[in-house]
Design a protein around this ligand. Structure first.
Ligand code: AMP
Ligand code: ZN
Length: 464
């Protein structure tokens, strides 16, 4: 059974889906006004790994991941009142319409996700297309006394009405300090920690609401979409560590206030990625895109492998050297798999499978899982055909396309009858019957098959 570190309970907990064999997971998705960098992609790898581990355990996984294409201010709590929507600001800079811009970066994100073998989420709602869900939820929060509208058309969540605020991040209401801004606390707020659910505005990317024209706050997006697409019981909610506060605290308050119970069972966060020693972020100018990795001649899945060398819960520093090393390992594994695929298939090594699965179940210990893979690669006592099957089996979770080179080593397939002879020869060699082994080599040569004995076992290829 999968166990994950839960940010709210601050301990590793078993993940027992409320739906039995169906796990519902919500992952905060990208804001599509720029390319996702490989730090962002690390956060999405977390949910792909959770999904793949659960699917190996025969649990169906239903994922919802939003596309934020509207209304995402830098940070709702301390954005100044004229704070500009990121999508709008960038569309002005790039000289295209906000919708064009959002679609362009959404497509780029889907392409990056596909290149990293992230399984597509079942639901990928766009914020701009689900405004009605947000309006409905805001109305419900007002009705229940958890939100209030200002005559200017803005709506705020009443933080005091949600006493368990701060359980995820530890930022309880009594410890939150008012933001120190020149213009002081927003006079429309009853309490300094209240946040906007709706902001009045006119022009592009605004919608009519009972409180007036405007656009939704970022946090209400995720509450509305998660409740609508996954329902009131969500097993796992993922995101990068910086989303703990205020985004996830606010989302939790909204969803719980609307339903009257805890909606999300487990909050799971991925730590940040550093690159060459500095946090990867647009603000620090330290950004590497997947396209930069490909332009450097590396396989995009080298990024996936390099990221898995560290546990999601730890900060990690990636460098060009570690990326190049991961690329080398990836290519070597694919070549080995292709070589092993030229030998007869053998039952997989349940010992290695069990150890990799146990590592992944233990709060996604991917570094340990990869160490077991390396051990398996060198396990000379196992026939190549067993290593082949074990690698391919585990690749369902690792998703490194380890079968990519199969069939590309020797140009043509082996002639009929060759694989039976190869199996017989392997048995002869295991029994140290060298006479039979040599005879079989001769028979294979007569069929046009060249056999080479390697420390990993025999490798067969058609004679050119
Ligand atoms: P954004 O598109 O800015 O909303 O961010 C998308 C996701 O990437 C969020 O879950 C962030 O927490 C996460 N994220 C941002 N920077 C990093 C980083 N350097 N390393 C890992 N995750 C990050
Ligand atoms: Zn979110």
């Amino acid at each position: 059974m999968l166990r994950l570190y839960d940010t709210r309970s601050r301990q590793v907990e078993p993940i027992l889906p409320a739906g039995g064999r169906l796990l519902r997971m919500y992952s905060c998705g990208p804001t599509v006004y720029r390319h996702a960098h490989i730090g962002n992609l690390r956060s999405y790898l977390l949910s792909d790994l959770i999904r793949r581990v659960c699917e190996r355990r025969r649990v169906r996984v239903e994922v919802s991941q939003n596309i934020t294409d509207v209304g995402h201010l830098a940070d709702d709590t301390d954005a100044d009142l004229s704070g500009e929507d990121k999508v709008l600001a960038q569309s002005r800079r790039e000289g295209r319409s906000p919708f064009e811009l959002a679609r362009f970066y959404e497509d780029a994100f889907r392409a990056d996700a596909a290149a990293l073998n992230f399984r597509p989420p079942e639901h990928m709602p766009r914020a701009s297309e689900t405004i009605d869900l947000m309006i409905e939820l805001i109305a419900k929060l007002i009705e229940k006394g958890h939100a209030y509208a200002d005559p200017d058309g803005s709506v705020y969540f009443d933080a005091i009405s949600f006493p368990t605020y701060g359980e995820i991040s530890g930022n309880r209401l009594d410890r939150l300090q008012p933001a120190h801004r020149i213009e002081g606390i927003d006079p429309r707020k009853r309490f300094h920690a209240d946040w906007a659910l709706w902001k009045p505005a006119t022009g592009e990317m605004t919608w009519d609401a009972p409180w007036g024209r405007g656009f939704p706050g970022w946090h209400i997006e995720c509450s509305a979409m998660s409740l609508h697409f996954l329902g009131e019981r969500i097993d796992v909610h993922t995101g990068g560590i910086d989303l703990r506060f205020p985004h996830h605290e606010d989302e939790r308050a909204q969803s719980n206030a609307a339903t009257g119970h805890d909606v999300v069972a487990h909050w799971v966060h991925g730590e940040h990625l550093l690159f060459e020693g500095r946090k990867m972020a647009k603000s620090t100018g330290n950004v590497v895109l997947l396209s930069d990795v490909v332009a450097a001649g590396l396989d995009p899945l080298a990024v996936r492998l390099a990221l898995m060398e560290h546990r999601h819960r730890h900060q990690m520093n990636l460098t060009w050297d570690t990326l190049r090393a991961a690329d080398k390992t990836l290519r070597r594994w694919r070549t080995r798999v292709a070589e092993w695929a030229e030998t007869p298939s053998r039952p997989l090594s349940t010992d290695h499978v069990t150890r990799v699965e146990a590592a992944l179940d233990d709060d996604l210990d991917t570094p340990l899982a990869l160490r077991v893979m390396r051990e398996l690669e060198r396990a000379e006592s196992l026939p190549p055909g067993a290593r082949l099957e074990t690698f391919l089996h585990l690749d369902q979770v690792l998703a490194l396309d380890l079968s990519a080179e199969i069939g590309k080593l020797g140009a043509a397939p082996l002639p009929a009858g060759a694989s039976a002879l190869l199996e017989e020869r392997e048995r002869a060699r295991a029994a140290r019957d060298w006479t039979a082994s040599d005879r079989l080599r001769g028979e294979l040569a007569a069929l046009g098959v060249r056999v080479t004995d390697t420390p990993e076992g025999q490798v067969a290829a058609p004679e050119r």
